[in-house]
Design a protein around this ligand. Structure first.
Ligand code: NAD
Ligand code: UDP
Ligand code: UDP
Length: 343
């Protein structure tokens, strides 16, 4: 190992933050790729709060400076505009590798770029991890299960993925990223962790990114009809972002490689989700049916037994509790005087 965690200095600057059990302040040097995005920026907040030094690497394809602006004056924070498809030299202890568009609308926009990001981008970050002896965490996805034939999905399930469909750039890209991660682990001794993230929502999601929760919330607030694709009977399981961040940090700090499903097992049809949005925002919101997109998975729900047993993790925030927290952020960004600070 070329780099030892320096573990000095910065700890004394931060004494106030709430530190969950088992996640002690370490003063590590941490790269978060995709750290200006939705999930990444919430992770950065927690790492900074813990006392770490954080370098965000982001090309701003879907991320926004506004998501991390509140750290600009902190000497422990750095933001680098960089595309992970290009090599990058840094000296760090840990790499949280999130860089990749997550919304189907975004990842289908330039599918070849999405594959490059997942394959070449992940290769570069693994090369970096190998060179400096850093621990590497990949944020993979429930999409590796494709249109699953097993329900709920357990980590041992190998999935049902179309290799030539419109979602393949993302699904197969992430599957290759998992393969690369395991090959660097087995072949080069890199310490790795793999999280398979299920649908996550919360403040700072792009308002018009086409994902179902952000669509419904923005539509209800704008008094537009909620667009339900297909018959609305397909299911998803929605996780609030703070639960995910807690899971990612536990995974990084724990001893297990994974893969681990990180998601909320509460399963909803899209019609049920529309109903929860109506109850939360506007009981009079209308529903409008639209044709569904190609290759849309019929159901999705994580089995989280493994994460419960080995990481001591499970989600705490139900959809009915989490949705209002996101609504106030969306309300402010849609109607507020264009303020983007969503802390
Ligand atoms: P997001 O689109 O908000 O964030 C992705 C970030 O990566 C953005 O800031 C974007 O600008 C950056 N990025 C994209 N391509 C890049 C590149 N080539 N180089 C550098 N930066 C790049 O998405 P998110 O919801 O925050 O997702 C974060 C990670 O979690 C992604 O890897 C995604 O696949 C994974 N994930 C998310 C969900 C979810 O529901 N949010 C579900 C499964 C997996
Ligand atoms: N890489 C990087 N930063 C580093 C080390 C490597 O971006 O600090 C890139 C490197 O350019 C290469 C990839 O990671 O494209 C894989 O590196 P590795 O050393 O594993 O393979 P090699 O360079 O021998 O092909
Ligand atoms: N969906 C919908 N209305 C929308 C956007 C999406 O009914 O306005 C459906 C979509 O067809 C899918 C589900 O919601 O069945 C989840 O879609 P999303 O894009 O949020 O995430 P995915 O899990 O497909 O990556």
């Amino acid at each position: 190992k070329l780099y030892e965690p320096h573990g000095t200095g910065f700890g004394s600057m931060n004494t106030g933050g709430k530190i969950p059990l088992g996640l002690k302040r370490k003063g590590l040097r941490i790269v978060v790729t995709g750290g200006a995005g939705f999930v990444g920026s919430h992770l950065v907040d927690r790492l900074i709060e813990r006392g770490d030094s954080v370098i965000v690497v982001d090309n701003f394809f879907t991320g926004r400076k506004e998501n991390v602006m509140h750290h600009f004056k902190n000497p422990r924070f750095e933001l680098i505009r960089h595309d992970v498809v290009e090599p990058l030299l840094l000296e760090v202890d840990q790499i949280y590798h999130l860089a990749c568009p997550a919304s189907p609308v975004h990842y289908k926009h330039n599918p070849v770029k999405t594959i490059k990001t997942n394959v070449v981008g992940t290769l570069n970050m693994l090369g970096l991890a190998k060179r400096v002896g850093a621990r590497f965490l990949l944020t993979s996805t429930s999409e590796v299960y494709g249109d699953p034939l097993q329900h709920p999905q357990v980590e041992t399930y190998w999935g049902n993925v179309n290799p030539i469909g419109v979602r393949s750039c993302y699904d197969e890209g992430k599957r290759t990223a998992e393969t690369l991660t395991m090959d660097y682990h087995r072949g080069a001794g890199v310490e790795v962790r793999i999280a398979r993230i299920f649908n996550t929502y919360g403040p700072r999601m792009c308002i018009d990114d086409g994902r179902v929760v952000s669509n419904f919330v923005a539509q209800a607030l704008r008094k537009e009809p909620l667009t339900v694709y297909g018959d609305g009977k397909q299911t998803r399981s929605f996780q609030y972002v703070s639960d995910l961040v807690e899971g990612l940090m536990r995974l990084m700090e724990g001893e297990h490689v994974g893969p681990f499903n990180l998601g909320n097992p509460g399963e909803f049809t899209m019609l049920e989700l529309a109903q929860v949005v109506q109850e939360t925002i506007d009981p009079n919101a209308r529903i409008e049916f639209r044709p569904n997109t190609e290759d849309d998975p019929h159901k999705r729900k994580p089995d989280i037994t493994k994460a419960k047993d080995l990481l001591g993790w499970e989600p705490k925030i139900s959809l009915r509790k989490g949705l209002p927290l996101m609504v106030s952020d969306f309300r402010q960004r849609i109607f507020g005087d264009h303020k983007e600070d969503t802390t």
